[in-house]
Design a protein around this ligand. Structure first.
Ligand code: NDP
Length: 524
């Protein structure tokens, strides 16, 4: 009997958040299409691994050249789809990827080549050992909309140069930037089955985590990250999780306010505050508090809001209505609980559907949502403190631990505090810039995630480590093989003295006893 099965087609629409204009509409990749993509990737991956690191580095070099040649077009795609000013797209996306490629071109071979493992144990000195770094196979990458080009590209480049195939699922709000990563990689020489983009919604992402991949690299919210981790746990699938942040900025009493207030502004409002590393909580020493607030408010008033395609724009729109409502609710909660609204705090419908004024809040407390939950919008909440210890306690009073910054005229004082802050990264006298340093590992502690992207540690995330050793004396029986009994016990006793006695005479006599017992033992 024939059954009528209706398969509902889901769609995602890439829109320009500055205008609401539809850029392109896609059918979501179904679970079967995701599975097929993973199967194609698996079939193609051995040949890609076989190519060797140098050949893959050459392809990366071509990718880097192509990206540089196409930088303005790429920035334009990012701005139209995500809303950030074009110069920010160049700075925080294109430049970051060009430099990540530079890092891998210069370092991938040295990091991935077999590493000798010297043995400290005397009796193991007859073995020559190596650590081999081998690709996982197929890596699934799921990425968010706020850095729609640099997140999938930096993670993708590391996975590819290590010899993996990649199936990546971009956010439904920004598929075009991810498709551009794919276009440039393919043009540079990466086979189509080795880097595939599956466009879709959350269900497409879930299908990728359930498919037969070898590792999942997820960047996004804590809520979705936990779901991904749950699915991965049932398969013992390795995961890299780059999740949210609530990054504190600590302004100590010895700073020069001009630079610090500009940093706070950029750290809080860049990309309309939709940055995992953005300044989300600002703590200022009480002696500078009012002056700091006055300077910040004055500078915020000078920011130019508008369409990111206009080179004069400083702050663009937020990505979508839902995100805007989260920010509105947090600001309303803060004001209801006694925060002072010094600037902004409202929508700007005259500019477009999802513009929100950069907002400065003073006298916030940890009883307010704005200081506890990730905000992901252009809001700078400021709170005073009296001592370094109090600032530290406030900074660490969070479920998140992505990054933090300490501002001081005394580097040692800043570095001493940095060591006590619970975060994956602490910058002394800068904000966010660690994301653009390709050598710096990027990742968090607590709810901010597991593992690291970028740099040596990021590349190490893309490989399995295999230890191989070869015995150089294959004809000699080993002392620890069968032949147990009284003599063996004596031999072991001497053996342990040889290895671990603190007395050199006992060591030598232990070695001799062990050898004697060995040769008399008639071992099997
Ligand atoms: P989400 O967690 O909503 O989405 C992230 C990705 O996961 C998207 O591609 C999304 O698809 C996909 N997804 C949704 N549901 C599932 C599911 N059940 N299984 C698998 N994948 C799924 O995050 P946002 O896109 O809103 O991004 C913002 C968040 O990302 C913030 O919390 C931010 O802090 C964090 N982030 C962290 C960074 C870091 O390095 N630590 C860097 C950048 C952002 P779809 O969009 O189609 O629903």
């Amino acid at each position: 009997m024939a059954t009528d099965i209706q398969v509902k087609i889901r769609r995602v629409i890439a829109r320009n958040p500055a205008t609401g204009e539809t850029l392109r509409e896609f059918e979501c990749a179904s679970a079967a299409e995701v599975t097929a993509a993973v199967e194609r990737a698996r079939a193609a991956q051995p040949a890609w691994a076989e190519l060797g690191v140098w050949a893959r580095v050459d392809i990366l070099r071509r990718f880097q050249r192509l990206l540089h040649q196409n930088k303005d077009e790429v920035a334009c795609i990012i701005t139209r789809e995500n809303g950030k000013p074009q110069v920010e797209a160049l700075l925080t996306e294109v430049l970051v990827v060009l430099d990540a490629a530079r890092f891998l071109i210069e370092n991938a071979h040295a990091i991935l080549k077999p590493e000798p493992v010297p043995h400290g144990n005397l009796v193991m000195k007859t073995k020559s050992a190596r650590l081999l770094r081998e690709p996982y196979g197929v890596i699934g990458i799921i990425s968010p909309w706020n850095y729609p080009f640099s997140t999938p590209a930096t993670e993708g480049l590391a996975a590819l140069v290590a010899g993996n195939a990649v199936v990546m699922k971009p956010s439904e709000f920004t598929p075009l930037a991810a498709l551009e990563v794919g276009r440039l990689l393919h043009e540079a020489g990466v086979p189509h089955d080795i880097f595939q983009v599956v466009v879709g919604d959350g269900l497409t992402g879930a299908a990728l985590t359930e498919a037969s991949i070898d590792k999942i690299v997820f960047t996004g919210s804590v809520r979705t990250g936990k779901r991904v981790a749950e699915t991965a746990a049932t398969k013992l699938l390795p995961v890299l999780l780059e999740l949210g942040g609530k990054d504190p900025m600590l302004v100590l009493d010895d700073v020069e306010l001009e630079a610090v207030t500009s940093a706070a502004l950029w750290g809080a409002f860049m990309n309309a505050g939709q940055t995992c590393l953005s300044v989300e909580r600002c703590y200022v020493h009480r002696s500078l508090y009012e002056k700091f607030l006055a300077a910040v408010v004055e500078k915020t008033g000078k920011l130019r809001l508008g369409n990111g395609m206009d080179p004069e724009t400083d702050v663009g729109p937020m990505i979508h209505e839902q995100q805007l409502r989260v920010v509105e609710a947090q600001v309303a909660d803060a004001i209801a609980r006694g925060a002072r609204l010094l600037y902004g705090g409202r929508r700007l419908p005259e500019l477009g559907p999802t513009f929100y004024a950069p907002t400065v809040l003073a006298d916030v407390t940890h009883g307010m949502l704005i200081m506890r939950e990730e905000t992901f919008g252009p809001v700078l909440p400021v709170m005073p403190f009296a001592t370094d210890d109090e600032a530290l306690r406030l900074a660490n009073d969070s479920e998140f631990g992505l990054a933090a910054s300490v501002w001081t005229s005394h580097r040692r004082r800043g570095e001493a505090l940095a060591r006590r802050i619970q975060a994956g990264t602490v910058m002394v006298n800068d904000v966010i810039s660690c994301y653009g340093i390709s050598e710096a590992p990027h990742g968090g502690v607590k709810l901010s995630g597991l593992g690291r992207a970028h740099g040596r540690l990021g590349l190490e995330e893309m490989v399995r480590v295999k230890y191989v050793d070869s015995d150089l004396l294959p004809r000699i029986r080993k002392v620890w093989w069968y032949g147990y009994g009284e003599k063996f016990a004596r031999q072991m006793d001497g053996f342990l003295d040889l290895l671990f006695s603190r007395n050199w005479t006992r060591r030598i006599s232990g070695g001799l006893r062990s050898l004697r017992a060995y040769f008399r033992s008639g071992r099997l």
